[in-house]
Design a protein around this ligand. Sequence first.
Ligand SMILES: Nc1ncnc2c1ncn2[C@@H]1O[C@H](COP(=O)(O)OP(=O)(O)OP(=O)(O)O)[C@@H](O)[C@H]1O
Ligand SMILES: [Mg+2]
Length: 332
Amino acid sequence: MIQTSGLTRHFTVKKQTVKAVRGLDLQVEEGELVALLGPNGAGKSTTLRMLTTLIPPTSGTAAVAGYDVVVQQREVRRVIGYIGQGNGAAHSQRGRDELVSQGRAYGMSVRESRARAAELIASLDLAAVADRPVSSLSGGQKRRLDIAMGLIHAPRLLFLDEPSTGLDPQNRANLQEHILKLRAEHGTTIVLTTHYLDEADAMAERVIVIDHGTVIADDTPARLKAEHAGDLITLGFASASDAARAAARLDALAGAAVTAAGATVEVRVAGGSRLVPGIIRDLDAAGIAVESTAVNRPTLDDVFLNLTGRSLREGAVGNSGTDTVTAEEVAA
Ligand SMILES: Nc1ncnc2c1ncn2[C@@H]1O[C@H](COP(=O)(O)OP(=O)(O)OP(=O)(O)O)[C@@H](O)[C@H]1O
Ligand SMILES: [Mg+2]
């Protein structure tokens, strides 16, 4: 469904070159649900904007549903839906009318457009506001309307740039459910970007981690976690001196990263839960009593930290980009 080779995009800002995307090789099969995960400025939106024909690549190639994104833009646009990052409509039209016009623009009949609009209004929880002017909606309500707009023609391939940013937990859950349902019913291929690691984990069968415009990992969430982050064992002791002695002993454990803070010791190690009984016995034999234990399974956050040395959350702020395409971008 998507195939890119050496996909690259540079921007020139005040004579400085920003290498937003650097030689991406991506492959997405029909029916897959893939999450692009990365911090602010990683190049996620720029990648989606090239794949949706909004901006041309500086070099490299990309094909969507077999069509070249540069020379077959019209064909590409026909098969895709795109919900940009923070492209909220702000006019006096009513949401429902916007949806129907959008359906008509995709060649659907009035009846079909109305039926589809009603279905999306219900499933995205927009019933109470769909007949008000769009300009009067809250940020989260507008976001849900954006998403309904992108879904109106039930596209074969849907691009969602940070679909849940700005939504409250309830609406995030509704949206995730809607996306998964769309996929189950229509076999839609979905590529989304997100800062929410739990979202990538819960929804995507493949996570592509992007940093500084390149792919740094591409795998299932389960394999990424197994490979890049061990379990975290937290041991509690009666005193800081017990903790320090325990940490010194645990340092000998193969493949483990040990840190002591106050009366607790954290051990990051693969297969942690199986090791806990042995650790407790060993410390006990050395006269150090373990007062509490907890084992936490790794998250994608840990994976990102492990891959880059940085936390994804530090950069996780909401909608920063816009989707206005400037003349110089198109020319670049
Ligand atoms: N129109 C533009 N002109 C100049 N630089 C740009 C433009 N669009 C993006 N960039 C730069 O390209 C890099 C990648 O930006 P991009 O928007 O693709 O990141 P992102 O991964 O979507 O980040 P976020 O999580 O904040 O949305 C950034 O350094 C950004 O400043
Ligand atoms: Mg972005």
